[in-house]
Write a protein of this length. Structure first.
Length: 187
């Protein structure tokens, strides 16, 4: 059996995840978040250009393939202006729960990958680079949980942030351990 239909499905998932993130950003009408997203795109493109200087078009198409990297850079910039921490958790000032949940989920992914890379001997970072469909699926699931918590409570508690941050890379490692051999065996 060929891997072509499955790779087409994964490519469609990446395109839909990128379009969903862009739609979430445009629907919020938050000019600050939109400017942070554009800056995040250029940050990723410049980084890719510095790492791969001989690949002419890679800085153009790679940020679309790794949309969670662009969203992560945007979330980092955006959190400087919108995130307020107190003893109960984190509040997002002047932001709708869906956008705040999306950026919080992407930020938790990146903090979790950075925190567990040394502990897991680089497995989480390798999965971050090698399995974009898995990373976008995990970000989407955490985004839905965080958006629901923000709609209900108005803030994200420290426990929810800690669990989301640690669960992202650990879930990616475990899912890849189970799914990759199954995909390679049956397709």
């Amino acid at each position: 059996m060929s891997l072509f239909p499955l790779s087409g499905l994964f490519a469609a998932w990446l395109a839909l995840a990128w379009l969903h993130g862009l739609w979430r950003l445009m629907a919020s009408r938050d000019g600050n978040a939109q400017a942070c997203y554009v800056a995040g795109f250029f940050m990723v493109a410049v980084t890719v250009r510095a790492v791969l200087p001989h690949e002419a078009l890679t800085p153009v198409w790679l940020p679309f393939f790794y949309s969670y990297a662009v969203s992560g850079a945007a979330a980092m910039l955006w959190s400087i202006s919108a995130l307020r921490a107190d003893r109960h958790g984190v509040r997002f000032v002047g932001t709708e729960p869906e956008l705040a949940g999306y950026f919080a989920a992407v930020l938790c992914l990146h903090v979790g990958i950075a925190a567990t890379t040394a502990l897991g001997r680089g497995k989480a970072l390798a999965l971050y680079i090698m399995l974009p469909p898995l990373m976008t699926a995990l970000v989407y699931l955490l985004y839905r949980v965080y958006a629901a918590l923000l709609r209900r409570n108005g803030h994200l508690g420290w426990l929810a942030l800690a669990v989301g941050t640690l669960a992202m890379p650990l879930a990616a490692i475990e899912l890849a351990r189970v799914m990759v051999p199954a995909i390679l065996r049956y397709f």
